[in-house]
Ligand binder design. Sequence first.
Ligand code: CTP
Ligand code: MG
Length: 240
Amino acid sequence: MKNLAIVLAAGKGSRMESVIPKQYINVCDKPLFLYSLQTFLQASVDEIALVVAKGEEAFVKTWLAKLGDTSKKIRIIIGGLERYQSVYHALDVYRAEEIGIVSIHDSARAAISLPVVEASIADAKQYKASVVAVTSKDTVKLVDEGGFVIETPKREGVYLVQTPQSFDFKTLLKAYDLLMAKEDLQVGITDDAMVVERVLDIRVKITKGEYSNIKVTTKEDIAFMESIIKKKEATDGQTV
Ligand code: CTP
Ligand code: MG
């Protein structure tokens, strides 16, 4: 059985308000998407599906060529309009293959560390579904449409969910097939664990993540990501 990583880079990055999609912005001399891809190249995955928007293949390939010979196969797959559609395009390509675990990762989370990826895969092997998350440092409030507090959940039970999210491949494919068959199930889906939670009767395990695994979402995140990457490079010495 092979392990597969799906690295998502097909979004538009509308909240970033930049001309080029955020995953292609250069940080410390290379585009953001390349960082997590390189981490997955070192991880216990056998193949990587890199999901990009139509028209971005040539740009992405020039960067993949700079990685030189990698023993792992990187397959470029064209994404869809919504994140869950991008994921489904990739899952569908591997439908007939013998995949054990699939790890799905947002390329905007460039600073993901190898130990967290491995922990995510290990938890998926044991529990079938795992999401990397950190506990909330702030108190969280649930608020109504008028801007008034409804409830304050206990902080110890509040987790901020990141990626990777890893799953037994057949389980996730089944969940996504059910999701794609019914449009009303697709409303408000923002991550893969939600798909499993919504359509299957299995529990999703939390894998302990790191606060440095931020998602570049708005402009101010770029400088933060740059400082995290610089720190990482000083310790790991990784460059393309
Ligand atoms: N993504 C994708 N396909 C989509 C939408 C998102 O592959 N149709 C990817 C993004 O490239 C990103 C990850 O999913 O790496 C997480 O999504 P998000 O942070 O929401 O990125 P965008 O959708 O690009 O940004 P925004 O929501 O601000 O438009
Ligand atoms: Mg989005």
